[in-house]
Design a protein around this ligand. Structure first.
Ligand SMILES: *Cc1c(COP(=O)(O)O)cnc(C)c1O
Length: 210
């Protein structure tokens, strides 16, 4: 575990840490919990269910198939990766059935890479309208995965665009303040450009060399 990084993240004001624990075991999660972490992100439903522990707060951060949504109800504090109307409609349906209101983020495909996940920018306004009409969805904000590149300016521009979208959203929905962006490679840049939630996996599990 990279204790130094964990301490740095814990003392970064205004930024919530989601520890991404995909491909790591439940006992590694418990180790992180001992260091004070409580919020964990998983990207696959099956793997999440195997490690689920109600003592912690769980976020789903990966592309989600509609047929898996029903298994998540009541277990996930935040579904960060809502990227289509079809998925939003299924979460609405299952949340209504379970009698809960499900907090979600809309994931925006901010990178120009068509293989990346997320709602394309030109479809976002429509998805937003749809989400806001659903009584069992609570929109908390936006999420993105920036381009995977050494070009810092390109990544910074993507984060800035997200910040703008987040500001616009808050003029309509003041509660929807969450802006989830930044991973091991780019979280500092993301925080400089307005992120208030970072999702970090790889770097947490690296040795801090102490
Ligand atoms: C894996 C993953 C992360 C964490 O990535 P690292 O590079 O390991 O920090 C963040 N967000 C999503 C959606 C992921 O799938």
């Amino acid at each position: 575990m990279n204790r130094k990084l964990i301490e740095e993240l814990q003392s970064t004001p205004g930024v919530d840490l989601v520890a991404v624990t995909k491909k790591h075991t439940k006992s590694e999660i418990d180790e992180l919990a001992k260091l004070g972490l409580r919020r964990f992100g998983e990207n696959r439903v099956q793997e999440f269910l195997e490690k689920y522990d109600p003592a912690y707060e769980w976020h789903i951060i990966g592309h989600l198939q509609t047929n898996k949504v029903k298994y998540l109800m009541g277990k996930t504090a935040l579904i960060e990766s809502v990227d289509s109307r079809r998925l939003a409609a299924e979460i609405e349906k299952q949340a209504a059935k379970t009698g809960i209101i499900q907090p979600i983020l809309i994931e925006i495909r901010i990178s120009d890479d068509p293989n990346k996940t997320g709602c394309p920018l030109d479809e976002y306004p429509q998805l937003l309208e749809f989400v806001l009409r659903q009584p069992h969805l609570r929109l908390d904000g936006l999420m993105c995965i920036a381009s995977h590149t050494e070009d810092q300016e390109k990544v910074a521009a993507e984060f800035d665009r997200m910040k703008e979208l987040s500001r616009d959203l808050q003029t309509r929905v003041p509660r929807a303040r969450t802006l989830s962006m930044g991973m091991s490679q780019d979280w500092r840049l993301a925080v400089q450009h307005g992120s208030n939630m970072v999702r970090i996996g790889t770097a947490l599990f690296q040795d801090s060399g102490e």
